[in-house]
Design a protein around this ligand. Structure first.
Ligand SMILES: C[S@@+](CC[C@H](N)C(=O)[O-])C[C@H]1O[C@@H](n2cnc3c(N)ncnc32)[C@H](O)[C@@H]1O
Length: 232
C-alpha cells in the first residue's frame, strides 16, 4: 500500500488522499469550507439555534484528521459552550500525520495545542480539556458501535457510497443513529434517493439543503419521536 499524503484543495486547506481507494478525506472544492458548511453551519450552529443546550454532545462517524472536532471545539470555546465529542474511527491516523494537516491555521493556537497534545491520549481514554471540552476517539468499525451514550448531533463523515457502500446501508445507519436523541440532528455532505429513503425508514425527517462548494445538495435529518407522523 502507498503512503497517505496531503494535497491542497480549492480553498487552500489540505486534505488527505487515501493511497489505495484514491478517495479524499474531504472535498477537493475546499476541505475546511466543506467542514464549515456541512458540519458547523448546517449541523452544530443550526441545532443550537433551535435547542440551546450546554454542553452539546456530538458523535462523529469517521474521525480522520479531527478537522470537524477542531472547528466544533473552536466554536464552542468562542461561545463558552461545553462540548462532549465522540469520534468513531476504524483506521486511526498517526499523530505525525495529524500534526501535518495545517489545520492550526483555522483555529486558535490554544485549541490546536490542546488537540495535538490530547489526540493520542484520547484514543486510550476520554480527554478532558479546559472549558468543559471532552474528546473521546473510539477505535472500531462504526457498524459495531454500541454505547449507552446518547448524542444531540451526528456528523456522518464516512467515505462516499461509491467506495464504501456498506456504510450507507440502513443497517449501519441504524446502528449509529440509535445513539442520537429524539430531536437530534443527523448531517452529512452527501444526498441521494437511497440515503434519503434509508434515513426516513429509521424515523427521521429528512431535508435536502444546499451542499458545500461544488455540491448542489446535502442531507440534514431530524430524529422524530416514534409517534411522529413521519414514522407512519
Ligand atoms: C471521509 S474521511 C473523514 C474525514 C474526517 N472526518 C476528517 O475530517 O478528517 C472517512 C473516515 O472514515 C473512516 N472510516 C472508514 N470506514 C469506517 C468504519 N467502518 N468505521 C469507522 N470509521 C471508518 C476512515 O478511516 C476515514 O478516517
Amino acid at each position: 500500500m502507498g503512503k497517505l499524503q496531503f494535497v491542497t484543495t480549492a480553498d487552500g486547506s489540505k486534505t488527505l488522499l487515501h493511497p489505495t481507494t484514491g478517495e479524499h478525506y474531504h472535498s477537493m472544492n475546499g476541505a475546511v469550507g466543506e467542514s464549515q458548511h456541512v458540519f458547523l453551519e448546517s449541523g452544530l450552529k443550526f441545532f443550537l439555534r433551535h435547542h440551546p443546550v450546554n454542553p452539546v454532545t456530538i458523535l462523529e462517524v469517521g474521525f480522520g484528521t479531527g478537522l470537524n472536532f477542531l472547528l466544533s471545539a473552536q466554536f464552542c470555546q468562542d461561545e463558552r459552550l461545553g462540548l462532549q465529542y465522540t469520534g468513531i474511527e476504524s483506521n486511526p491516523l498517526s499523530p505525525e500525520i495529524v500534526g501535518q494537516s495545517g489545520y492550526d491555521e483555522y483555529v486558535s493556537k490554544k485549541t490546536w495545542d490542546l488537540f495535538i497534545s490530547g489526540y493520542e491520549p484520547a484514543i486510550q481514554r476520554e480527554m478532558r480539556f479546559p472549558n468543559n471540552i471532552l474528546l473521546e476517539i473510539v477505535l472500531q468499525n462504526a457498524s459495531g458501535y454500541n454505547s449507552a451514550k446518547q448524542f444531540d448531533i451526528l456528523y456522518f463523515d464516512a467515505f462516499s457510497a461509491g467506495s464504501q457502500p456498506e456504510m450507507w446501508t440502513e443497517q449501519v445507519l441504524s446502528q449509529v443513529c440509535r445513539h442520537l436523541k429524539v430531536g437530534g440532528l443527523f448531517v452529512t455532505y452527501a444526498m441521494n434517493g437511497n440515503l434519503k429513503r434509508n434515513i426516513k425508514a429509521l424515523g427521521f425527517s429528512p431535508e435536502k439543503i444546499p451542499g458545500a462548494s461544488g455540491k448542489r445538495e446535502m442531507l440534514r435529518a431530524t430524529k422524530m419521536d416514534s409517534h411522529s407522523p413521519w414514522n407512519r
